[in-house]
Ligand binder design. Structure first.
Ligand code: BES
Ligand code: MN
Ligand code: ZN
Length: 500
């Protein structure tokens, strides 16, 4: 894990003008007639005799989102280079936190190999800048023999003009912890499936739990069998690397609301006997993104001492075809006793989740948040950057609204009752897939709902698209694991701490 060292610098012209750094980062806005300078750019502008916006315009800059222009400072600043990063257009006279986060991330990506940058975007929003810089600088080089230049090592962030220094320190601490947790998730997702399998995921989770004072419990295949976790055992039976179920818990000193988290942990999804096509199957290394996100979230709750009890339940299995694999036609008896007819072994996520959801409800939580790379249909419906949020009406809307405010992007989707009949089974209480391909994301949500305790407010976040970036880097998101929805879960926990 690599997060650049972030420090605060006083927001005075004298302090900004004296801070030694390799690069001075300023923000630009996309104005009607060319680029405009964002707050924090005064000292850089003075070094260009107040003509920095003109100079940037002459070079063809517009201030559009994530545009990067580098200029030599010609000895007039303690930094050798000025880097102007576009924030895009203002909306109603302001710049959103997400615009700042993306600009900060784009700047950090452009600064790989740089030892020290001085960043003024924090004059607009300290938290967003800190998160953007830390996440944008992230690179997963574990498996490269030549590590290259390395990410940006240190960043000094100018304090916003408003607010007390103490608050700024607290903001920076929270932002750093949040970014570190997103990176915990990204590292797990980016680790290839030959090294990350149920038992090794469990080992890593145990180390994290020990380091952060969390309760930790792991059920191995024998314990799963004894207790009747038929979904997890069914899915995990085809692999020589047998399944696990983890419970990782944070308990604050003073009891607050109880939140259960559940995350899909398929360490590799080949589809099983209902095998997937070869093209793009490697992408299924990321089928444990939900597990990574809920583990990282409970670690975060402990680091920031949220006054909320948070327990992550993480079912881990590898979905492979073999002589011991489960088959289409099998009937599984799930934890709690419901039976499921398996019609497609590639609809495995809902089976391991059902067991974990029933297990989670035994502890009588006030809320349940479950997240999973559950359906290709999510990507068809909402694309790669917008998660589908389902569940009980009120809590679903609350989570979707918060997900939009974090910039992770989520949209509330319905669970239409009429789809339940499509899961009727010839043999068992229900089947794991419907007989058609319509509304696949919602059908999966309907399946999960069958296992959620009556009256428990819950949200299901389908992150099949948003959890893994297969296209070019953008904003603070590189290729590979994104860490979505860690920041959303963090914000929901903070909201529950605040509002109940
Ligand atoms: N892990 C996949 C879903 C997925 C697809 C995640 C693409 C990320 C990108 C899941 O286990 C799966 O295979 N779902 C099936 C369900 C179907 C058999 C009803 C799907 O979406 O095709
Ligand atoms: Mn599958
Ligand atoms: Zn899957």
């Amino acid at each position: 894990m690599t997060v650049p060292k972030l420090a605060l610098t006083e927001n005075t012209d004298a302090a900004v003008g004296k801070t030694r750094a390799d690069v001075l980062v300023i923000g630009t806005l996309q104005g009607e007639d060319g680029p405009e300078l964002a707050a924090g750019a005064d000292v850089a502008d003075a070094a260009f005799d107040g003509k920095l916006a003109d100079v940037l315009g002459t070079l063809g800059a517009t201030g559009k989102a994530e545009e990067i222009v580098k200029l030599p400072a010609l000895g007039k600043l303690p930094a050798g280079v000025v880097l102007a990063v576009g924030l895009g257009k203002q909306k109603d006279g302001t710049v959103t936190a997400e615009q700042v986060r993306r600009a900060a991330g784009a700047a950090a990506r452009a600064l790989s190999g740089t030892d020290r940058a001085f960043v003024t975007l924090s004059a607009l929003d300290l938290q967003a800048t800190a998160e953007g810089v830390a996440l944008g600088a992230y690179a997963f080089t574990e498996y490269r023999s030549a590590k290259g230049d390395g990410p940006l090592a240190k960043a000094d962030l100018v304090s916003p003009a408003e607010g007390a220094p103490r608050d700024h320190k607290a903001t920076l601490k929270a932002a750093t912890a949040i970014a570190e947790s997103v990176i915990i998730a990204r590292d797990l997702i980016n680790t290839p499936p030959n090294d990350l399998y149920p038992a090794s995921f469990a080992d890593r989770a145990k180390k994290l739990a020990e380091a952060n004072g969390l309760d930790f419990e792991v059920l191995d295949e024998k314990a799963l069998k004894r207790k009747g976790f038929g979904g997890i055992l069914g899915v995990g039976g085809g692999s020589a690397r047998l399944p696990r179920l983890l419970r990782v818990g944070w308990k604050p000193a003073k009891a607050g609301k109880k939140v259960a988290l559940v995350g899909k942990g398929i360490t590799f999804d080949s589809g099983g006997i209902s095998i997937k096509p070869a093209a793009g199957m490697d992408h299924m290394t990321s089928d444990m993104s939900g597990a990574a996100a809920v583990l990282a979230s409970v670690v975060l709750a402990a680091k920031l001492k949220y006054p909320v009890e948070v327990t992550a339940h993480i079912p881990l299995a590898e979905n492979l075809p073999s002589g011991s694999a489960y088959r289409p036609g099998d009937v599984l008896t799930m934890y709690g006793g419901k039976t499921v007819e398996v019609l497609n072994t590639d609809a495995e996520g809902r089976l391991v989740l059902a067991d974990a959801i029933v297990r989670a409800a035994e502890e009588n939580p006030d809320y349940l948040i479950e997240t999973s790379t559950l359906t290709g249909a999510q990507v068809v419906a909402l694309g790669n950057r917008t998660a589908g949020v389902m569940g009980s009406d009120e809590f679903r809307d609350r989570v979707a609204t918060i997900m939009q405010s974090t910039g992770e992007g989520g949209w509330a989707m319905p669970l239409p009752d009429e789809l339940r009949a499509d899961l009727d089974s010839r043999l068992a209480d229900l089947a794991n897939v419907s007989g058609h391909r319509w509304g696949g994301m919602l059908v999966a949500g309907i399946f999960l709902r069958e296992f959620v305790a009556e009256g428990l407010p819950w949200a299901h976040i389908d992150i099949a698209g948003p959890s893994f970036n297969t296209s070019a880097p953008w904003g603070y998101t590189g290729k590979g694991g994104t860490g979505v929805p860690v920041r959303t879960i963090a914000a929901v926990l903070a909201d529950i701490a605040d509002q109940g």
